[in-house]
Structure formats: structure tokens, C-alpha cells
Design a protein around this ligand. Structure first.
Ligand code: IPM
Ligand code: MN
Length: 353
């Protein structure tokens, strides 16, 4: 294949982990005879500082014309602590999702055998946990009508039938490819929007007779995820619930620095780690590059390059087993490896495989 990749390093630790993702992408392409070209673009606080817009038109065009976007992270404390800021780095992320029509956010929750002890949950509960959260990404409260004055404020949680149908379809299809168990997460006992989700899911379920479909209220799902994470195979939910549940899911595996994600929809798909920009670690060479590297694995898998994805996963597993790890997951007497060293080790493994 010939891959045209838009690279959006963004803010904080973004640029450091981005380099590692790109190096892995290049190494895998060399190994498997693919060609790859990269086009770099501004986003987030970096783009606000340079051109006054967190998702400039030029960035949008570069993304639109690429086969895939490799995204790192956006966010900067100087905006977090300024509630009157007119533009925020996060708006860049939301604009990218909306403009590229990325309605399906796929967030896998996985565990790594050698890191089970890092999970705040008991090892026997998390050992073998492996599920996908499919989060609707371009609708609901994030994008619904908003109002704010000094005495009143609201956000509207609106969903239309086509929006619900297309994301549920993604859920059913992933369930078919996996263990054929779909959990539709909603708040249908209270919210009208959730009742429509549930109604449509019930209409669609008979078309997937092999899939066991169950329905769970979001409060119950939040509890079940920590009580019995192995219950889940594929869960599908609306934007806001998915935002909250995927942060919860990320801690199951012991480090946020390990989990990738894919956002897909109408235009170019985006692959990004689920962790944020971790500004405190910027430039310190301590951020874990594995979530970004695993995002590259998801990129290959999206294009049906299964062997390429599998090799990256194998290299990542091998690095963890060899204790080539960044500080937050390193063993007590383990050697010191930084972002660059872990990335270089993975690249080297790929070249030699
Ligand atoms: C995420 C993030 C974003 C979201 C923020 C940065 C806007 O938390 O990708 O989960 O809320 O969707
Ligand atoms: Mn979030």
C-alpha cells in the first residue's frame, strides 16, 4: 500500500510520542514493502499560539486529503486555568471530529499479563479482561444546542435516528467479529434520548441473531466495569457516557499510557492514544510511547494489514516482558528507559523480526 499520513503532534508530550509512532510506522512499512509519506499539521494550543485557531483550515485540508491521521494529544494548563479564554485547545479536537465526521470512537480496554499488578483492581478480576467501548463521537450533549448566562445554562442531548442507527451498526458489526456479545449502555429509565437508542437497538437486534444483545443503565455499567470487567465484549454508548466510561476503562489495564483508540466515520480515520497531553511531563522523556505505537497498530488493522498490526503488538508485548518500560510501569529494580529508548527498542525489534 501507499500510505499518506497526516501527523498531528499537538501539545505537551504529544510531539515526543508522535516521533515514536512515526518511527514505528516507517519501520513496519519498510519491512512489509509499503510506502509511506507524512504531512505534519498544527493543532491544539500549539496551533492557537501560532495561528490563533486550534484546528486551522490548513490542518483540516491536510487531514481530509490523507489516508489516516496519526494524532497525539492537545491541551495546555494555561487554558485550563483561564475560564474566560475564547479559544481552547480541546475545541480543536471537537472540530476535527465534527469536520471529518468521525462518529465512531473505538476504545479497546485490554490488559497485559505482566502488568496485572499495576491495576487498582484485583489481578484475578482484570486478568483476561478485553472489551471494546464504542463511543458515539459527533452528537449528543457535546454538540447539541447550548445556552449560558449568569443564572441559567443548558446543553441539549439530542440524537436523531440516523445518528443512532449508524453507531449501533458499528457496535453490532464489531460484536459479530468478536465474541458476539453487545451491551447497549444508556439511561433509558430517565432520558428520552436513551429511550430512542434502546428502541432502535431493539429494532436492529433481530438482524444480528448470533449476537447476544443486552441493555444496561450507565450507572450500573460503571459499577459492572470494575466489579466484573470480563462481562463485557463490545459496549456501545452515546458521546458523554462513553467519555466517562472510557476513562474508567483505561485504569483497568494499569496505565493510561498503554491504550490506543481509533475514530472512524465519513472521512479520514484518526488514530490516537486515549491519554492526554500530560503537560507536566513535557520534554522529560518519561511519557510512555506505547499507546501511540499501538495506535499505529490500529491504523494498519483498519486497512486490513493484519500482519503489520500483529507485529507491532508482538513488539510491544516483548518490550514489556523484557522490562523495557517507562517509569510509571517499570519494576522496582528495573533499568531506566525513557520515551525514546522504549520507542527505539520497539523499532529495533520490528526491524529484526
Ligand atoms: C476524550 C477527551 C475529550 C472529550 C476532551 C479533551 C474534549 O476527554 O477524548 O475523551 O471529552 O471527548
Ligand atoms: Mn475523555
Amino acid at each position: 500500500m501507499n500510505f499518506k499520513v497526516a501527523v498531528l503532534p499537538g501539545d505537551g508530550i504529544g510531539p515526543e510520542i508522535s516521533v515514536q509512532g512515526v518511527d514505528v510506522m516507517t519501520a513496519v512499512c519498510e519491512k512489509f514493502g509499503h510506502t509511506v509519506s507524512y504531512e505534519y499539521a498544527l493543532c491544539g494550543a500549539d496551533a492557537i499560539d501560532k495561528v490563533g485557531d486550534p484546528f486551522p483550515e490548513e490542518t483540516f485540508q491536510i487531514c481530509k486529503n490523507a489516508d489516516a491521521v496519526l494524532f497525539s494529544a492537545v491541551g495546555d494548563p494555561k487554558f485550563d486555568n483561564n475560564p474566560t479564554a475564547k479559544v481552547r485547545p480541546e475545541q480543536g479536537l471537537l472540530a476535527m471530529r465534527k469536520k471529518l465526521g468521525l462518529f465512531a470512537n473505538i476504545r479497546p480496554v485490554q490488559t497485559f499479563k505482566c502488568l496485572l499488578h499495576k491495576s487498582p483492581l484485583r489481578a484475578d478480576l482484570v486478568d483476561g479482561a478485553d472489551f471494546l467501548c464504542i463511543r458515539e463521537l459527533t452528537g449528543g450533549m457535546y454538540f447539541g444546542e447550548k445556552y449560558q448566562d449568569n443564572d441559567k445554562a443548558y446543553d441539549t442531548n439530542m440524537y436523531t435516528r440516523p445518528e443512532i442507527e449508524r453507531i449501533l451498526k458499528v457496535g453490532f458489526e464489531y460484536a459479530m467479529k468478536r465474541n458476539k456479545h453487545l451491551t447497549v449502555v444508556d439511561k433509558a429509565n430517565v432520558l428520552a434520548s436513551s429511550r430512542l437508542w434502546r428502541q432502535i437497538a431493539q429494532e436492529m437486534a433481530p438482524a444480528y441473531p448470533e449476537v447476544t444483545t443486552d441493555y444496561m443503565y450507565v450507572d450500573n455499567a460503571a459499577m459492572r466495569m470494575i466489579q466484573e470487567p470480563k462481562f463485557f465484549d463490545v459496549m456501545v454508548t452515546e458521546n458523554t457516557f462513553g467519555d466517562i466510561l472510557t476513562d474508567e476503562g483505561s485504569c483497568i489495564s494499569g496505565s493510561m499510557g498503554l491504550l490506543p483508540s481509533a475514530s472512524t466515520g465519513e472521512s479520514t480515520p484518526v488514530f490516537e492514544p486515549i491519554h492526554g497531553s500530560w503537560p507536566q511531563a513535557k520534554g522529560l522523556n518519561i511519557a510512555n510511547p506505547l499507546a501511540q505505537i499501538l495506535s499505529v497498530a490500529m491504523l494498519f488493522e483498519y486497512f486490513d494489514c493484519k500482519e503489520e498490526g500483529a507485529l507491532i503488538r508482538k513488539a510491544v508485548d516483548a518490550s514489556l516482558d523484557a522490562c523495557v518500560r517507562t517509569p510509571e510501569i517499570q519494576v522496582a529494580d528495573g533499568a531506566k528507559y525513557g520515551t525514546k529508548e522504549v520507542g527505539a527498542w520497539v523499532v529495533d525489534y520490528i526491524k529484526r523480526a
